[in-house]
Design a protein around this ligand. Structure first.
Ligand SMILES: *[C@@H]1O[C@H](CO)[C@@H](O)[C@H](O)[C@H]1NC(C)=O
Ligand SMILES: *[C@@H]1O[C@H](CO)[C@@H](O)[C@H](O)[C@H]1NC(C)=O
Ligand SMILES: *[C@@H]1O[C@H](CO)[C@@H](O)[C@H](O)[C@H]1NC(C)=O
Length: 359
C-alpha cells in the first residue's frame, strides 16, 4: 500500500510548486475543419486544470505569467502552462473555432469573442479541492450554470451545437499525497475521483451540451518530475499501473453514461495512449514530431528546489532552458510543450474525427 502513495508522490510538483496564472486573446484564428461532417460545433466549453487553462489564474498567483512561459505563443507569458498552446487550443482548432475566452476575461471581451464558448479551467485544481485555493470543477460548472440561467451570453439552445472538454489530469492525487492520507485509502480514493467526475459529466450533459470530450489520465509515471529519477530515461511503470486503474473506471463510467443517453454524447480522448505513441514515434506517424529524448523537459530548475522560471532574490535565473522548445515534448516537470500537444492531437485526430463530429 505504501508504494501506492509513493507512486503519486512525485506528482506534487505538478501544480503546487508553481501556482501562478494567465491571459487570453491572441489565440490564432482557425479555419473551418475540413473533416467536419454531421455535427458542426460552434462553441467549446472547458472545465479542468492546467492542461486546459488558457489564462484564468490571476497574474499575482501564477508562475505562468512569468518568463519563459508563453515564449512560443503568444510570445510572452500569458497564463498558459506551456511555452505556447495547450490542449484547449488544439481541440478548438480541430473543431474549427477560436480558442474560447477564459472566464476571468469575459467582462473585458467583446461580444464577438464570447461566441466561441468559454474556458472555466484553472491550473492546479481537481474535482475535489486541492491545495490550490482555486475553483474546483464543481464550482467551475456552477459558474457555467449561472451564465446559462442569466441567459444574456448563452442560451440553452446554443448548447445543442456545443462541445465540452473535461480535463482531469491528476491534481486530486497529488493533493492526496500532500495531505499524507493513509496509503490504504488510495484505491478507494481513485474510485471517489472517478465517481465525482461522473457527477460532473452528468451535470454538463443535463444542460444539453451535445458532445463531451473526456481525456483519459495521461501516464503520470512518464512526467519529467518522476522520470528525473532515471535521468529522463524510463517511465515509472508502477505509477502508470495506478493511472490505468483510474482510466479503466473512467471508461466504465463513460460506457454507462452513453448507454443511458442512447447517443454517443461522451467521448474518451485517449491521452494515455496518445502520449505513449508520441514517445515511441520513430517517424512513422505523420504529423507527430519525433522527439529525440521525449521524457526530457525543455525547461528545468538547476536543482530540485527550483522550477522552470525560478529566479533567486537577486533575480539570477535558477533554471535552464533548451535552445528550441519545438525539440522537446515536455515543457516543464509536468506539462507538454506546444509541439508536444500538437503531436498528441495529431495522434488523436482520427478518433476525434470519428467520434466528435458524428451527428
Ligand atoms: C516508481 O515510483 C515509486 C513511488 O514513487 C517508487 O517507490 C519506485 O521506486 C519507482 N520505481 C522506479 C523503477 O523508479
Ligand atoms: C468545491 O468547492 C466548494 C467551495 O470550496 C466546496 O464547497 C465543495 O464541497 C467542493 N466540491 C467538491 C466536490 O469537493
Ligand atoms: C444498457 O442499458 C440497458 C438498460 O437500458 C441494459 O439492459 C444493458 O445491460 C446496458 N448495457 C451495458 C453495456 O451497460
Amino acid at each position: 500500500m505504501d508504494s501506492l502513495i509513493k507512486l503519486f508522490a512525485s506528482l506534487l510538483l505538478f501544480f503546487f510548486s508553481s501556482l501562478l496564472f494567465g491571459e487570453t486573446n491572441g489565440v490564432e484564428g482557425s479555419k473551418q475543419n475540413h473533416h467536419l461532417y454531421g455535427f458542426r460545433p460552434t462553441k467549446l466549453f472547458v472545465f479542468g486544470d492546467s492542461y486546459a487553462d488558457t489564462g484564468n489564474i490571476k497574474k499575482s498567483l501564477s508562475y505562468t505569467w512569468k518568463f519563459p512561459y508563453g515564449i512560443t505563443f503568444p510570445g510572452k507569458p500569458a497564463g498558459r502552462f506551456s511555452d505556447g498552446r495547450v490542449a484547449t487550443d488544439f481541440l478548438a482548432k480541430f473543431v474549427g473555432i477560436k480558442s474560447p475566452i477564459p472566464y476571468f476575461w469575459k467582462d473585458y471581451a467583446g461580444k464577438k469573442r464570447l461566441q466561441h464558448g468559454m474556458n472555466f479551467a484553472y491550473g492546479g485544481t481537481g474535482v475535489f479541492n486541492t491545495l490550490a485555493p482555486l475553483p474546483n470543477m464543481t464550482t467551475q460548472i456552477d459558474f457555467f450554470q449561472k451564465l446559462l440561467i442569466a441567459g444574456d451570453i448563452y442560451s440553452t439552445s446554443d448548447l445543442t451545437s456545443s462541445v465540452a472538454l473535461v480535463s482531469v489530469a491528476g491534481n486530486d492525487y497529488s493533493t492526496f499525497i500532500a495531505q499524507n492520507r493513509p496509503a490504504a485509502e488510495f484505491p478507494g480514493f481513485i474510485k471517489q475521483v472517478v465517481d465525482q467526475t461522473e457527477v460532473n459529466l452528468r451535470r454538463i450533459q443535463a444542460f444539453g451540451v451535445k458532445k463531451i470530450a473526456v481525456p483519459s489520465l495521461q501516464p503520470l509515471g512518464c512526467l519529467p518530475g518522476v522520470t528525473v529519477a532515471s535521468s529522463f530515461q524510463r517511465c515509472n511503470e508502477s505509477q502508470n499501473a495506478l493511472v490505468k486503474l483510474h482510466n479503466n473506471l473512467l471508461q466504465q463510467v463513460v460506457a454507462k453514461l452513453n448507454n443511458e443517453t442512447k447517443q454517443s454524447t461522451f467521448i474518451i480522448l485517449d491521452l494515455y495512449n496518445a502520449f505513449l505513441t508520441v514517445f515511441k514515434n520513430k517517424g512513422a506517424n505523420p504529423g507527430s514530431t519525433r522527439f529525440e529524448s521525449p521524457l526530457k523537459p525543455c525547461c528545468l530548475g538547476v536543482s530540485s528546489e527550483y522550477s522552470c522560471g525560478s529566479v533567486d532574490a537577486k533575480g539570477v535565473k535558477k533554471y535552464v532552458i533548451c535552445d528550441d522548445p519545438k525539440t522537446a515534448f515536455f515543457w516543464d516537470r509536468s506539462h507538454p510543450t506546444e509541439e508536444g500537444w500538437r503531436s498528441v492531437y495529431s495522434v488523436l485526430r482520427k478518433s476525434l474525427t470519428a467520434s466528435l463530429m458524428k451527428a
